[in-house]
Write a protein that binds this ligand. Structure first.
Ligand code: ZN
Length: 177
């Protein structure tokens, strides 16, 4: 089922997301939510979606950067973004440590539809989380994937990219639908 994506101004986007217990993660309700969020992310389309964006105050996000998204961009842009395909995965109760230099790239958000801006982010990150089976996972990422992780984990703390952006770069971009 495709879920409605809430837009900036919705209070849930500004709340700190609640952590999930192991039993909750394995429940039919959360497994259904993960399936629906995957479908919603594909439909948007987007490379990440956090539960608050579908109105759920839960520390859960889904991420996937599909090969076809990269093929739709000029190769030099993909290279400049340090962007590589990322398979579908789920992060629950993630903890993030940022590392490396600060890199600035254009970013958008499905909850700030129709706009984009340049946003400084760490070039590398280290993340600890649980997956959809409630198993611990550790991720080390750099490049565009590190940016996606920082963007999605920000959502779970009630932060949006507009809190971090270079405000003078904020610009209208083609709206999603
Ligand atoms: Zn977002």
């Amino acid at each position: 089922m495709i879920l409605d994506i809430v837009q900036a101004g919705a209070p849930v986007l500004r709340e700190k997301a609640r952590k999930l217990s192991r039993d909750e993660i394995l429940s039919a309700e959360i497994q259904d939510l993960i399936r629906d969020m995957r479908e919603t992310m594909h439909d948007a389309p987007g490379v990440g979606l956090a539960a608050p964006q579908v109105g759920k105050n839960l520390s859960l996000c889904v991420i996937e950067d599909r090969p076809q998204y990269l093929l739709a961009l000029p190769p030099e842009k993909v290279k400049a973004m340090q962007r590589e395909p990322v398979p579908f995965h789920v992060l629950i109760n993630p903890k993030l440590v940022g590392r490396g230099e600060t890199v600035i790239e254009s970013e958008g958000c499905l909850s700030v539809n129709g706009y984009g801006a340049k946003v400084p982010r760490h070039s590398e990150v280290y993340v600890e989380a649980l997956n959809e089976k409630a198993e611990p996972v550790k991720i080390q990422a750099k490049g565009w994937y590190a940016r996606i992780l920082q963007h999605e984990i920000d959502h779970l703390a009630g932060n949006l990219y507009i809190d971090r952006m270079d405000t003078r770069s904020f610009a209208a971009v083609p709206a999603r639908k």
